[in-house]
Design a protein around this ligand. Structure first.
Ligand code: ATP
Ligand code: MG
Length: 417
């Protein structure tokens, strides 16, 4: 996004006008050198957090990460448009991290210079700066050479770096997958050695990384890497013993591959999809929305795939489900890949086509207002009770299947049930 980039450049100019060193840092430099458009532009500087707040004023700054040296800088008020949400640019003071004793975060941070700051970062390709004043990449860690080689490598001794922060092992899989890089042999060996220690990382943080591995066209490669690095057992035991090549064939058919659709498809390749989802929900703290969509896809894809052979009343609930998009995406991928492998089941793209055609029905045909309510049953003198649900459902099904189309027929049918 160009406006994010120019905002970061303006911030850098303001800092250097005030006499500080300031550069673009980390992911945005990596992505720009790879010709990808960066998600966000981070600034690194030798100005302390207090100095950054002085340069831009308290009203333009957010001290959300001041304790580890990060200040959010907002665009000047007059440049903020009313309708779009303003995202602060992160301005981080150069630092070197102290010892790590919890396997996740440094015990203390010390402000330092650019080289210290490069060396405390995780991977060489993430340790680059770009100085816009001279138009040059500043590389203390050999990141440019690794970008050219397509290699993911820790900065410094991999065993030490993974020992400090175990989450980096999963970040290695995530970056290598997203960029289609190979993981350097020494880095991979060190992940292998430390893999079981990933359990000191909270399930939530693991889940955040795994969502990014899954929500990708290369999700199958990501899972293969996870297993190859020895992280499979601790991070996602559900895929233990899975035929990852067959899974890959199915995942390539998935449009779009989101965390939800990929997770549903992966679980459908296991023996116990629902149990797997429950366990992952607890470990990764999936949101209610995510859980709802994954279980809807797991429960309903088959109905969609067989839609041409089923009564409309059986298919309709899946079609009016709020997660119908996920259900359809998973159904398509499952059908396409099962056709390749010659599945004996009566699943077919014609079922999906007929489901999609139904989706095109006007709302009052896809989900017509019910012909009868409980009040009608009471007026008919039917004693209230659990039978009401059964009757109303049967009437509803007959309505959806086109067997009854008006109130009088519905009342007549209800008295027969
Ligand atoms: P993305 O585009 O996915 O956000 P990114 O490189 O910006 O990629 P972030 O997680 O946003 O990744 O982190 C920003 C930078 O901070 C990284 O490029 C890296 O230099 C550094 N960093 C982040 N997490 C760690 C970590 N656990 N250990 C060391 N350095 C890290
Ligand atoms: Mg980032």
């Amino acid at each position: 996004d160009d406006s994010r980039a120019s905002e970061a450049l303006r911030i850098i100019r303001a800092l250097s006008d005030a006499g500080f060193v300031a550069m673009l840092a980390g992911g945005c430099v990596r992505d720009a050198l790879l010709g990808k458009s960066p998600k966000d532009y981070d600034v690194a500087t030798d100005a302390t957090p207090d100095a950054v707040r002085d340069v831009f004023g308290k009203r333009r700054t957010l001290a959300f990460g001041a304790s580890f040296g990060v200040i959010g800088v907002l665009p000047p008020r007059e440049d903020r448009s009313a309708d779009t949400k303003v995202e602060p640019t992160e301005v981080a003071t150069f630092r070197s991290d102290g010892d790590y004793s919890d396997g996740r975060r440094p015990d203390s941070v010390h402000f330092g210079n650019a080289e210290d700051d490069a060396k405390r970062r995780d991977f060489t390709i993430n340790g680059l700066f770009y100085d816009p004043a001279i138009g040059q990449v500043i590389d203390f860690v050999g990141g440019q050479a690794d970008l050219r080689r397509g290699t993911l490598r820790t900065i410094g001794d991999p065993a030490k770096r993974f020992g400090e922060d175990k989450l980096r092992m999963l970040r290695a899989v995530r970056f290598a997958t997203a960029l289609a890089f190979q993981i350097d042999a020494a880095t991979r060996d060190a992940i292998h050695v430390h893999a079981d220690q990933i359990s000191v990382v909270s399930g939530e943080r693991i889940g955040a990384e795994m969502r990014r591995v899954l929500a990708s066209p290369s999700a199958a490669e990501g899972l293969t890497r996870l297993v190859d690095c020895g992280l499979g057992d601790a991070v996602m035991p559900e895929i233990n013993g899975l035929d990852l090549a067959a899974l890959a064939d199915c995942l390539t058919e998935l449009q779009p591959p989101t965390a939800v659709t990929v997770l549903a498809t992966v679980l459908l390749h296991t023996d116990a999809p629902e149990a797997g989802l429950r366990s992952i929900t607890n470990r990764w703290k999936l949101s209610n929305q995510e859980v709802r969509a994954v279980s809807a896809a797991i429960a309903n894809w088959r109905t969609i795939a067989q839609a041409d052979q089923l009564p409309f009343s059986t298919v309709q609930p899946a079609l009016v489900d709020r997660d119908v998009d996920a259900i359809l995406a998973v159904a398509r991928a499952m059908v396409r890949s099962s056709n390749q492998t010659g599945s004996p089941e009566q699943l077919g793209s014609s079922g999906i086509e007929s489901a999609v055609r139904s989706l095109g029905l006007p709302a009052d045909a896809l989900d017509p207002p019910p012909l009868l309510t409980g009040d009608d049953l009471r007026a008919l003198g039917i004693p209230a009770g659990p039978k009401y649900r059964v009757i109303l459902q049967q009437i509803r099904n007959q309505q959806l299947d086109g067997k009854i189309s008006n109130r009088n027929d519905a009342i007549a049918a209800a008295t027969l049930i």
